[in-house]
Design a protein around this ligand. Structure first.
Ligand code: SF4
Length: 309
């Protein structure tokens, strides 16, 4: 049985690690970009980003003053037994958010949209969000914490099937121009693209693609994988460098996820995840031991299944 207290302690620790420790795959890619960047000012910015990652760990402080909107992804093994069920799980995750908002601290960004009421703990109506997925023949609970900004770098467009890959590329470039030329996405970014599904599923997939895959990871569908590689190269040839400066290092990676769509349309959503890539995953086993990792392993074969089984 997975105990509620183990979930609480794990979720607290996940928030701390996510806020402070840059995942190694992201840091490595920015180091590689720094070596290749030909514009002096952009190279300087990349050096400062790398220094900032190290300063966060040294000072035990969040890597960005804006700690975004903390959220959780829970992948639950089909055989997992959780003390108090899903209701107690959610209570522990909400409590961990409030505790770490005050403890690290995180910036209390969450307010009521009309009254601007603020509990000063990042908890409120539908805050923090918890997204769920399931895994067969497993008795563990995977918890991933993501702190993602919530203001810029996200868009949605309903394309027609005849718009095809060309239409998707145009939307991709429109988003680059809209967000990157003013540094509004705080690039270099990982770009998640959701294609298909209904509008809500399309937007969700784009966010998951941006936040829950490792830099360098490729979709198992070879055609989609080739498009990911092509768009990553395209994004770095559009003239944008980090933080709105001219350059050739704006896109850390592009990740595409698909869902079956209405036959009359091809919805597309694009989400940018900034260089402050706050994500961390823990697996809580049935004996209440915990292992930590950087790869969320959210997109399993089961999660992407396309048959009844
Ligand atoms: S977009 Fe990212 S780097 Fe920029 S202010 Fe927000 S959290 Fe910080």
């Amino acid at each position: 049985m997975i105990k509620a207290d183990t979930i609480l302690q794990t979720a607290r620790e996940l928030n701390v690690k996510a806020a402070i420790e840059i995942p190694r795959d992201v840091e490595k890619e920015i180091e590689r970009m720094k070596e290749k960047e030909t514009h002096e000012l952009s190279r300087y910015v990349l050096i400062k980003i790398l220094e900032n990652y190290k300063a966060a760990i040294k000072d035990n402080r969040p890597m960005c003053a804006d700690t975004g909107l903390p959220r959780y992804y829970a992948k639950i093994g089909n055989e997992a037994k959780i003390e108090g069920g899903m209701v107690l799980l959610e209570k522990m995750l909400r409590r961990a958010t409030a505790d770490t908002t005050n403890g690290i601290p995180l910036r209390p960004n969450r307010v009521h949209p009309f009254s601007r009421k603020d509990y000063n703990n990042n908890v409120g109506i539908h805050a923090p969000t918890v997204d769920y997925s399931f895994e067969p023949e497993a008795d563990w609970l995977d918890l991933t914490v993501v702190h993602k900004g919530g203001l810029f770098g996200a868009d949605y467009r309903m394309l027609f099937p005849a718009d095809g890959i060309g239409g998707l590329k145009r939307f991709f470039l429109d988003c680059l121009a809209e967000f990157l030329r003013r540094g509004m996405s705080c690039q270099p970014v990982v770009i998640g693209i959701g294609v298909g599904g209904t509008k809500d599923v399309c937007v969700r997939l784009a966010k998951e693609a941006a936040c829950l895959r490792m830099v360098g990871d490729r979709n198992p569908d070879p055609q989609i994988a080739a498009l990911e590689t092509e768009l990553t190269a395209l994004g770095n040839k559009a003239g944008f460098g980090p933080m709105g400066f001219p350059g050739n290092s704006a896109v850390l990676d592009v990740h595409i996820e698909v869902a079956y769509a209405h036959t009359g349309g091809m919805p597309v959503s694009i989400q940018h995840f900034c260089y402050a890539q706050r994500r961390k995953t823990a697996r809580v086993f049935s004996d209440n031991t915990v292992s930590w990792r950087e790869d969320p392993m959210w997109f399993t074969q089961y999660y992407r299944r396309d048959t009844i089984e």
